[in-house]
Design a protein around this ligand. Structure first.
Ligand code: 2RA
Length: 332
């Protein structure tokens, strides 16, 4: 039966994309409610379902929806998500509030859709960097077994929301016009720069973003102790995250065997013809559902038990909105 769907945080970059993805994938929507802060309430937002009036979030009202997509802060999610789920709504939370709770599924449908069964009505949507990586890592793990993983990321400004993309654009223009470049979203100027810090530093010297990739990959791939080290870097691109990934495998692996596996993998677009300049790039991955995977080669350190690859995925789509809607589709 068609569902009543609420998008909470509907004015943000992820919230808007959720509305577009629901429509583009023909999710059976009988009614859509857009919820936002008091400040936005009453304003009209244009989208694929027409011009809709934004409503101030009211837990009692949102409880009446069948599916609730949360694109809100972790604190907001902590306050409301469990109550909404106990009222019967399928709640998919894009924040990190519940990702590490053992009894709450963390799902990338191509990889661990089975975790949806037996879980409650609250499901966590992974960090964007993790979601994009596991689309490639999952099938490689199934075929060859992952022993160790090293990830270096090149993350788009969309990871910091619409404000992040706006800061890239405005400050690039200012820089080229010789005007002062001021940063407020990012800790340092982003135009013509890169910033090897995303989120807060932890005691072990890694950032929270980097540790999210370790913790969440372990949970989604169900390899509790997988050694995974990540360096996360913000770069001046709009909306697709890129990642250089090195794997050491349990079984021997060749680039050809890996290509064969990835060519058949759901959510992957094998993009690997380097001689013709074909490899994953953020400009091409932006706006696409699939994660581009290429530059597949034998890793010189791990030899016949190791591979290098490069992946690009749209941060707002597979990294957030698309994955959330795909989770909702598991309940249809
Ligand atoms: C980022 N991973 O790219 C974050 C967004 N969730 O900043």
């Amino acid at each position: 039966a068609p569902r009543r769907v609420a998008v909470v945080g509907a004015t943000g970059a992820v919230g808007r994309e959720m509305v577009s993805v629901l429509h583009a994938r023909n999710f059976p929507v009988s009614e859509i409610g857009l919820f936002a802060s008091e400040r936005s309430a009453g304003k009209v937002q244009e989208g694929p379902y027409g011009a809709l009036t934004l409503q101030a979030f009211d837990a009692e009202v949102v409880k009446g929806y069948d599916v609730v997509l949360l694109a809100v802060s972790g604190d907001f999610a902590k306050e409301h998500a469990k109550n909404l789920a106990s009222a019967g709504a399928l709640v998919i939370d894009n924040s990190s509030a519940f990702r590490y709770d053992a009894d709450i599924p963390l799902i990338v449908p191509e990889i661990n859709a089975h975790a949806f069964q037996g879980g409650g009505r609250l499901i966590a949507n992974p960090n964007c960097t993790t979601a994009i990586a596991v689309v490639a890592l999952g099938p490689l793990h199934k075929a060859f077994g992952l022993k160790r993983v090293i990830v270096s990321t090149y993350q788009a400004t969309s990871g910091a929301g619409a404000e992040g993309m706006a800061e890239l654009e405005e400050q690039t223009r200012n820089q080229l016009d010789g005007k002062p470049v001021t940063n407020s979203v990012f800790r340092h100027p982003i135009p013509f720069n890169l910033i090897p810090q995303i989120d807060a530093f932890q005691e072990n010297g890694y950032t929270k973003e980097e540790m999210k990739v370790t913790w969440e990959t372990r949970k989604i791939l169900e390899i509790a102790d997988l050694p995974l080290s990540c360096t996360a870097v913000r770069i001046p691109t709009y909306r697709a995250h890129s990642e250089a990934i090195t794997i050491e495998t349990i079984q021997p692996v060749t680039p050809a065997a890996a290509r064969a596996v990835l060519a058949d993998a759901a959510g992957v677009k094998l993009t690997d013809d380097p001689a013709n300049g074909v490899y994953p790039m953020p400009l091409n991955a932006a706006g696409q559902y699939d994660v581009e995977v290429g530059r597949i080669r034998t890793n010189l350190v791990f030899g016949d038990h190791g591979l290098d690859l490069f992946v690009c995925g749209d941060q707002l789509l597979k990294g957030a909105a698309l994955n959330a809607v795909q989770i909702a589709e598991l309940d249809l």
